[in-house]
Write a protein that binds this ligand. Structure first.
Ligand SMILES: Nc1ncnc2c1ncn2[C@@H]1O[C@H](COP(=O)(O)OP(=O)(O)OP(=O)(O)O)[C@@H](O)[C@H]1O
Length: 327
């Protein structure tokens, strides 16, 4: 596969009548990155993806691929391919014919498209299902076919809209490993829309968090998780407390929040709930200023000194664990 084009969104905007779904976003995706567009329902993720794919018109701004403006090209001429949530396979065509379909449209001869389709099916480990119809496949298998069908066009950018949402939790974890492997092997850019934080953290080199039609924060998965810049990102990524202190609002990871005796603690409070979560126990405390703060206590530590709802406790943390929030 070819590889290596930058994708740039420049003031990209989508309006549907009075609704602004995407508001003048700017972003530069480096070639060969696995990026996740993450955000709550309605924040504009799918509209962004569909504009890049060419399935939705651009209201304002532009999309550059390798410096060339592709904003107004038809989908098949952009160097992008989209894998849809519903897979959208043709029910009356065999797996191999589904995969070969776009080559047929381009006028590639039957033998050549069969060879390419079989290459793609080998890539997604579906060779032995080539002659089946989509209805004779499991959800995970249909998803592999949809992937093969998108990849046969040799896109620079593969766009995936909630690609794992139709799968059961077990298969979802397996398929996300497959997606990551494929992306690494092909070396092309994957742009994956999800509203699952876990999915984004597991897959993405880069996470772009959207909220209310704008990009709220973008960066390496680890940086976005460890240093959320806004209260929204801290709460949406999960795993954090948002703490109000006299100096301002801060994000503090649950696993870096510790219980301590009340005298000398940074905040005092009362335990409101205790949840065993396997490797740790989540202890929620209603603390000074009426704020709910959750500490993840390693399970062996918790059971050495167990707490119950109603117990008075102190909360402590190291200064470097606090990340100031701008909003
Ligand atoms: N075809 C349309 N016509 C009118 N409004 C639309 C259309 N498509 C999306 N919208 C609106 O634009 C906003 C962004 O929608 P979009 O589908 O991009 O969000 P999303 O983040 O992908 O959400 P979800 O996770 O629920 O798919 C929403 O307010 C939505 O109602």
């Amino acid at each position: 596969m070819r590889k290596g084009l930058d994708l740039e969104l420049v003031g990209l905007t989508k309006r549907y009548g009075d609704t602004v779904a995407v508001h003048a976003i700017h972003h530069h995706f480096k070639p060969g990155v696995y990026a996740c567009l993450l955000g709550p329902s309605g924040c504009g993720k799918s509209s962004t993806l569909r504009m890049i794919a060419g399935h939705e018109t651009v209201s304002d701004g532009s999309i550059l691929l390798g410096g060339a403006d592709i904003s107004h090209l038809p989908p098949a001429k952009r160097g992008t391919a989209m894998m849809f949530q519903s897979y959208a396979l043709f029910p009356h065509l065999s797996v191999a014919d589904n995969v070969a379909f776009s080559l047929k449209m381009k006028g590639v001869d039957a033998a050549a498209r069969r060879t390419r389709a079989m290459d793609m099916l080998a890539l997604v480990d579906m060779t032995k299902y080539a002659e089946r119809l989509p209805a004779q496949l499991s959800g995970g298998q249909q998803q592999r076919v949809a992937l093969a069908r998108a990849l046969i066009t040799e896109p620079q950018i593969l766009l995936l809209d909630e690609p794992l949402s139709a799968l059961d939790p077990f298969l979802r974890v397996r398929m996300r490993g497959e997606l990551k492997r494929l992306q690494r092997e092909l070396g092309i850019t994957f742009l994956h829309v999800t509203h699952g934080q876990d999915e984004a953290l597991a897959l993405a080199d880069e996470i772009v968090v959207m909220n209310n039609a704008v990009i709220e924060q973008a960066g390496a998965a680890r940086d976005v998780f460890n240093a959320p810049r806004t209260e929204f990102v801290a709460r949406f990524m999960g795993g954090h407390n948002v703490i109000a202190l006299p100096q301002g609002h801060f994000a503090l990871r649950n696993d870096l929040t510790r219980l301590a005796p009340e005298p000398g603690a940074r905040l005092g409070g009362r335990v409101t709930s205790v949840e065993f979560q396997g490797t740790h126990v989540a202890v929620t405390v209603i603390a000074t200023g009426d704020q709910d703060i959750t500490a993840f206590v390693p399970e062996h530590q918790f059971y050495a000194d167990p707490k119950s709802p109603g117990d008075g406790v102190g909360l402590v943390w190291d200064d470097e664990a606090l990340h100031p929030l701008s909003a």
